[in-house]
Design a protein around this ligand. Structure first.
Ligand code: SF4
Length: 283
């Protein structure tokens, strides 16, 4: 018998740990909401700006070209579909971001995005666990890889926030990046408050030690074996304790509220679309 191959990333793992049904709808059925939440659009726009900015630095743009690019990126933020008030705030933050971090000790090595062969430049894909009849591949894709102070390599993840709050350093995402990339990381926060303060532009180092990484790997192997079991049995449990998240209600809530198949089908048809390719954080 061919071994079962489970390919997983930290978001899918976190979904499964929160609610098996959420994993089924998002990962197996590949459903995503037709209407994108504003916060996501803001985040996407910010990530695009960051990617353009650091890619230009990686390509060795001169000071003059960077200055021109800064204006170009600012114009594309203002021309986005977001409301003018929101777009203006992102514009302001971007201009200030460039000034705030000017002269930073950061040399980009790879910036998120596809290379000429269609492969992601910052992605990793590694064998995580295996047995006689299964293989687990863990994948991930940080936003940026760079050398920083003392010529040390870091993965970097950009986080745009509406209020300053530090992420948990030992989350699946950050430990997985550290395990997968074999280097510590930095979370690069930008907070979209009206008036910038000392927390608006800040970075948090993520450097779990070897024992902490090994512990995460061992615990996560138990979870990935559970996922394989759910897949084999086609059994995914709803967990109502996870419906309310820090970002609001789980966006599958309208599906789960339905009490019959027709209702579910109707909600899926009217409010969700299937991703063309199954979600993967790395290609
Ligand atoms: S709405 Fe609740 S039960 Fe449904 S997928 Fe989301 S977390 Fe699970």
């Amino acid at each position: 018998m061919e071994p079962i191959i489970l390919t997983i990333n930290s978001h899918q793992l976190t979904d499964y740990q929160a609610c098996e049904e959420k994993y089924r709808l998002g990962t197996i059925d590949s459903l995503e909401a037709k209407k994108t939440k504003l916060a996501l659009t803001k985040g996407t726009l910010w990530h695009l700006a960051m990617a353009r900015w650091y890619q230009a630095r990686l390509e060795g743009y001169t000071k003059e070209r960077l200055l021109k690019l800064k204006v170009d990126i600012g114009s594309s933020i203002l021309a986005s579909e977001l409301e003018m008030e929101v777009a203006s705030l992102i514009y302001k933050r971007f201009m200030e971001y460039c000034n705030h971090w000017e002269g930073e000790q950061l040399t980009p090595i790879a910036v998120e995005g596809l290379d000429e062969n269609g492969r992601d430049r910052t992605g990793f894909s590694k064998l995580f666990d295996s047995g006689p009849n299964y293989r687990v591949i863990f994948e991930g894709k940080p936003d940026l890889i760079a050398t920083c102070e003392n010529n040390k390599k870091y993965w970097i993840d950009h986080k745009s926030q509406s209020r300053a709050s530090d992420h948990y350093s030992y989350s699946n995402q950050f430990i997985a990046y550290t395990w997968g990339m074999g280097m510590p990381g930095k979370i690069n926060y930008t907070v979209f408050v009206k008036n910038a303060n000392d927390k608006t532009y800040r970075r948090q180092i993520v450097a779990p030690d070897q024992k902490q990484i090994e512990q995460w790997v061992e615990r996560t192997k138990i979870w990935t074996r559970r996922i394989i079991k759910s897949l084999l049995e086609d059994s995914f449990v709803h967990n109502p304790a996870s419906c309310e998240t820090r970002y609001g209600m789980c966006f599958f809530n309208d599906i789960c509220k339905q009490t019959n198949e027709n209702g579910r089908d109707w909600v899926i048809k009217s409010s969700f679309k299937k991703r063309e390719e199954r979600y993967s954080s790395w290609k």
